[in-house]
Design a binder for this molecule. Structure first.
Ligand code: URA
Length: 199
C-alpha cells in the first residue's frame, strides 16, 4: 500500500497558518497528528489542550501521559501508533469543539484516516466518536463504547473498523471508567490478533 506520508505532509502544508475557523484566533500552535504513517492503530482525540497548544504535539499533557500508558499496556509504544485530533487548534478553555469548527476541520482527520488506512481506529470520548462515526448529537458514550463499528470514509468499497472508548481525561476524573476502557482496548487487541491469524 502507498505510504500515507505524502498526504500527511500535504495536510501540514495546507493547514500552515490555517484561518478557516475561529479557533485560529486564540491558538498558539496548530497541533497535527503524529506517529507512524503505517500504524495499525489510530487514536483520535477531541482537540488540543493547553500543553498541546504550547508544544504543537497531540496528547502531551496529563491525559496524554495516561494515553501513553494505555498504549504500552496494549503492547505498543507511542511511535508504533498514530495519534490525532478532530480539531487541530485548541478550543478556548478546553471547551468542546463547536459544530462549525468540527465541520471545518474534520475533513483533515478523515484524510489522515483514509491515507493511513489503519486496521482499527480508536476514537477517545464522545466528541471524537461522533466526528469519526458521523453520529448525531443525541448519541451517548455509554451506548457506543466497546462496540465495533465499520466506517467508510472516502473509500466506497472498504470500511475501517472503529472501537470507541472513553477519553483518558475522563479516566482522570473518574477511576471507575478505567476498567471498561481496558475492556474496550482488549477487544481492539483481540481483533488485531485475529487479523494476524488470518493473514
Ligand atoms: N485531549 C485531546 O482530545 N487531545 C489532545 O491532544 C490532548 C488532550
Amino acid at each position: 500500500m502507498a505510504s500515507a506520508l505524502p498526504v500527511l505532509n500535504q495536510i501540514k502544508q495546507e493547514l500552515a497558518d490555517c484561518q478557516q475557523c475561529k479557533l485560529h484566533e486564540k491558538r498558539t500552535k496548530i497541533v497535527f497528528g503524529e506517529g507512524n504513517p503505517e500504524a495499525r492503530i489510530v487514536f483520535v482525540g477531541e482537540g488540543p489542550g493547553e500543553n498541546e497548544d504550547k508544544t504543537g504535539r497531540p496528547f502531551v499533557g496529563r491525559a496524554g501521559q495516561l494515553l501513553d500508558k494505555m498504549i504500552e499496556a496494549m503492547g505498543y509504544t507511542r511511535s508504533d501508533v498514530y495519534i490525532t485530533n478532530v480539531v487541530k487548534c485548541r478550543p478556548p478553555d478546553n471547551r468542546v469543539p463547536e459544530t462549525d469548527e468540527v465541520a471545518c476541520c474534520s475533513k483533515y482527520m478523515r484524510q489522515e484516516l483514509t491515507a493511513i488506512d489503519p486496521d482499527i481506529i480508536i476514537p477517545l470520548g464522545l466528541s471524537a466518536s461522533k466526528a469519526v462515526l458521523g453520529l448525531d448529537s443525541k448519541t451517548k458514550m455509554g451506548d457506543i463504547r466497546g462496540k465495533f463499528k465499520v466506517k467508510s470514509f472516502d473509500r466506497p468499497t472498504k470500511g475501517n473498523v472503529v472501537m470507541p472508548t472513553y477519553h483518558p481525561a475522563a479516566l482522570l476524573r473518574n477511576e471507575n471508567l478505567k476498567a471498561p476502557t481496558w475492556e474496550d482496548l482488549q477487544k481492539a487487541m483481540s481483533y488485531l490478533k485475529e487479523l494476524d491469524n488470518v493473514t
